[in-house]
Design a protein around this ligand. Structure first.
Ligand code: PA5
Length: 479
């Protein structure tokens, strides 16, 4: 096990009045209680009151339930079935296409980018944990991208009995009716049948649907006799589903340690339940974000990731925060209120050269949360020394130093510059980036989003606004 995730808002706290911080303690405790009571309400089987619907608090205890084999599938522990099926799919194919959008796509992508080796698809199979190459589709209606992947896959399957010619599909949709995923599944399923029709039984085993209990995808999957069909559990919404088969199955196919991911999530939930404010990453993060938004107009939250691996985690978090809290409420007095800070993901040091200027001197509407990984995943490389041929007196600042050393100096230099300009920053520090720390980080963000929703009186589950574009599409298509 690795060191617990650290959240240090000290630099931002300088810009928060002590009495504002103390006054939030009781409402924050109340939001924590409500968040946890919602789990009991969901488990009780009692009717969920209207103002709480939808209630998708199942994600909070699901990692613990999975690890204790409490969640069953065909009378076996679901986790064991996920492992076995992932192993069997991995052995059969050399390319995997994951189809899905929103919460049915961003979690698997975040796990892959954070934990698989760089240049994954370029590596030989043994450097990929003996796992297939990975492609995402169904996350758009982009003709050229869908066609390019489909053409590429069908052009390289002339010998379908050979593993290096075989590809599989994991199709993910909780509702089973999302246009983008549905369209992509039809396209790629047709292509798959063309390639692997000669292997009728094996062909079906290369397609794994992950979906809710009802809906078109389940019906199609059953009629095609795909097995297994993994569940997106009731009581867990799309963007909270990364630690269900949605994220876990693709991760297991890639050889990611899904038990460590779940353990990280469990450990974060335990800290959330028991640690006091001031030592509780979830509550401290919510307090910092909320007070700065309310009292200092920090309506933009920049998740500033340091290093390249966490960009997709940032995009996953953008969706989580935006879709959960970006909502409109009409009060009893008829007053309409709009909620939700705007999330933005940055990747530094890259974005110091694009967004840095604005963060330093632009509008005072931002809180910057750094995500810092203390130790690199591989041996540090050292920058060669080099004199400036035009100026022998010019000092070589970077020669002889390692990239991790320079990155850490860049973090410090940037934080110091923001502090000098009274720009609020806070740090999330991961000792290293592995399945256990990533499990903690993602669970922290999901819990924090729900707690903040309860604090400000916005239901963090559901996304009623997104329905408007889907309705309009149906109208335009002449339903
Ligand atoms: O968070 C959510 O619920 C959404 O982002 C959904 O995940 C997204 O709309 C995809 O839905 P589905 O899984 O039903 O295809």
């Amino acid at each position: 096990m690795t060191t617990p995730l650290l959240y240090t808002p000290a630099a931002a706290r300088r810009l928060i009045a002590d009495d504002a911080w103390s006054a939030l303690a009781e409402p924050l405790e109340q939001a924590r209680r409500e968040t946890l009571n919602d789990v009991d309400l969901l488990n009780s089987g009692d009717a969920v009151p209207e103002d709480k619907q939808p209630l998708d608090a199942g994600f909070i205890e699901y990692p613990r339930r999975l690890l204790s084999n409490d969640v069953r599938f065909d009378d076996q522990p679901l986790l064991d079935v996920l492992d076995d099926s992932a192993q069997s799919l991995r052995e059969r194919i050399d390319r995997l296409v994951v189809l899905g959008i929103g919460g049915s796509y961003m979690g698997p992508r975040a796990l892959h980018e954070a934990l698989s080796p760089f240049y994954y698809n370029e590596l030989p199979r043994d450097a990929r944990s003996d796992a297939p190459r990975l492609y995402f589709e169904g996350d758009n209606l982009d003709n050229d991208s869908a066609r390019a992947l489909r053409d590429f896959l069908t052009a390289t399957c002339s010998e379908p009995a050979q593993r290096d010619q075989r590809w599989g599909i994991v199709v993910i949709s909780k509702s089973g009716g999302t246009f983008e995923t549905d369209a992509a599944f039809r396209l790629f399923r047709d292509a798959h049948e063309t390639c692997f029709d000669s292997l009728p039984d094996d062909g079906r085993k290369l397609i794994v649907p992950i979906t809710g209990q009802e809906g078109k995808l389940r019906a199609v999957a059953e009629s095609k006799k795909y097995a297994p069909i993994f569940p997106v559990p009731d009581g867990i919404g799309g963007r909270y589903s990364v630690f269900t088969p949605v994220g876990l199955f693709p991760a297991a196919v890639l050889g990611i340690d899904i038990r460590q991911l779940l353990q990280g999530a469990v450990d974060m939930t335990e800290r959330f339940k028991s640690a006091p404010i001031g030592e509780n990453p979830v509550l401290d993060y919510v307090a910092t974000c909320h007070i700065l938004e309310r009292d200092a107009g920090a309506t933009i939250r920049v998740l500033s990731t340091w290093g390249k691996r966490l960009e997709a985690v940032g995009l996953w978090y953008d969706q989580l925060l935006a879709e959960s809290l970006g909502k409109t409420k009409v009060g009893d007095n008829g007053e309409t209120r709009f909620f939700g800070a705007t999330p933005i993901t940055g990747v530094n040091t890259r974005d110091l050269h694009s967004r840095g200027q604005q963060h330093q001197e632009g509008r005072r509407d931002k809180l910057i949360t750094n995500v810092i990984v203390s130790r690199p995943g591989t041996d540090p490389v050292t920058v060669p020394e080099e004199a400036n041929p035009a100026d022998p007196e010019d000092r070589d600042w970077i020669g002889g130093r390692t990239l991790p050393e320079l990155l850490s100096v860049a973090v410090q230099g940037t934080n110091d510059a923001y502090a000098a300009a009274d720009r609020p920053t806070a740090d999330i520090v991961l000792d290293q980036l592995d399945a256990h720390t990533l499990g903690q980080l993602l669970q922290m963000f999901m819990l924090a989003t729900v707690v903040e929703g309860r604090l400000i009186g916005v239901n963090p589950y559901g996304q009623p606004g997104v329905e408007a574009y889907k309705r309009n599409m149906k109208t335009i298509l002449g339903e």
